[in-house]
Design a protein. Structure first.
Length: 113
């Protein structure tokens, strides 16, 4: 029961808010203009359904391409992160090798070489 009161309250609040905003002349004029444009588009696409279908298909193709590009980018980033995770081990090996080379050079220099 409280759920239905919430929904009713939200709907009533939205209607009151819309009514109050319509008191402003500029808002009223903009709303009427947008409604006219929307009505004209609906009428146009109702008469030209194949064009609407083509438009929808183009949007779907763009979204699929965006999805594929995003997936490829995420995979690339994940590969690079894996590479970066391996860098500390490689750096540690280089440091160890360098340390060993310097140590062996010091020993050689102490031995008179």
């Amino acid at each position: 029961m409280s759920e239905s009161k919430l929904c009713k309250g939200v709907v009533i609040g939205a209607l009151v808010g819309a009514a109050v905003s319509m008191l402003d002349r500029t808002t009223r004029e903009q709303t009427v203009e947008k409604l006219k444009k929307t009505k004209n588009k609906v009428i146009y696409y109702a008469k030209n359904r194949s064009e609407l279908q083509q438009l929808v298909n183009e949007k779907i193709e763009k979204m699929q391409k965006l999805y594929e590009d995003t997936k490829d980018n995420v995979n690339f980033i994940m590969e690079k992160l894996d590479e970066v995770k391996g860098i500390p081990g490689a750096v540690q090996e280089i440091v160890q090798d360098t340390k060993e080379v310097f140590s062996s050079n010091e020993e050689k220099s102490y031995q008179g070489e």
